[in-house]
Design a protein around this ligand. Structure first.
Ligand code: AMP
Length: 220
């Protein structure tokens, strides 16, 4: 099963992608997470991506398309994939469709996580990530038992460099300019569902599970 998770920054893509991966057993790939790793390791892609990420703008399509082509050649993803954060532009979506079609594949579910900009911005400003286990926490919703330490594994919590008000604003501008047209591209093509994520995380998780079970029953 191939699932694409779309949504504005702060819509909950990372949180729910990890849960979908647990539920389905499929590998979860976050383009943002992989890019942050590449930046840290100073790989060729990381060096090219850094200035765009720091500025809150998107990494150019040519780099992202080369990245996805290489990724999809990995046999780990033969049984399916949960893609979180990719595609983000119309050319990326078209490129992905072509790569999948060349392998005789197509997306089974394109899921838009929908949230208002104000609610998403509030979430981003109180979001922290565990440097050890990668868990995403929201301190406004649930403060940690020991401040700065992950409740799940005891690792140290980090705030993403781009989760500051000015960069968040720029990321929303990019979303409206580049990603919203891509959402319309998918909306018109079937297999497209929307879930409102401006609700308690467990209610959203249950709705996503129900949806995945329906899609999986229909595709098996
Ligand atoms: P995310 O972790 O999904 O919020 O992504 C963080 C940053 O990585 C974004 O603001 C972009 O600069 C970059 N990025 C992630 N995915 C993509 C993509 N598909 N296309 C272009 N840039 C991306």
């Amino acid at each position: 099963m191939i699932v694409l998770l779309l949504g504005a920054p702060g819509a909950g893509k990372g949180t729910h992608a990890a849960r979908i991966a647990d539920h389905t057993g499929l590998p979860h790939v976050s383009s943002g997470e992989l890019l942050r790793g590449a930046v840290e390791r100073k790989t060729e892609l990381g060096v090219k991506a850094k200035e765009h990420m720091d500025a809150g703008s998107l990494v150019p399509d040519e780099f992202m398309l080369a990245w996805i082509e290489e990724l999809l050649d990995d046999s780990v993803y033969e049984s399916g994939i949960i893609l979180d954060g990719f595609p983000r532009t119309v050319p990326q979506a078209e490129g992905l469709d072509k790569l999948l079609a060349a392998k005789g594949l197509a997306t089974d579910l394109v899921l838009l996580l929908d949230i208002t900009q104000d609610a998403a911005a509030e979430r981003l400003l109180s979001r922290v990530t565990c440097g050890k286990c990668g868990a995403i926490h929201n301190l406004a919703q649930k403060p940690m038992e020991v401040p700065g330490i992950c409740d799940a594994c005891g690792g140290e919590l980090e705030t993403r460099a781009d989760d500051v008000r000015e960069t968040i604003e720029k990321r929303f501008v990019e979303f409206r300019k580049q990603t919203e047209p891509m959402i319309e591209y998918y909306r018109s093509r079937g297999n497209f569902e929307t879930i409102n994520t401006n609700r308690a995380v467990d209610a959203v998780r249950q709705d996503i599970r129900d949806l995945l079970d329906r899609v999986s029953a229909a595709t098996s």
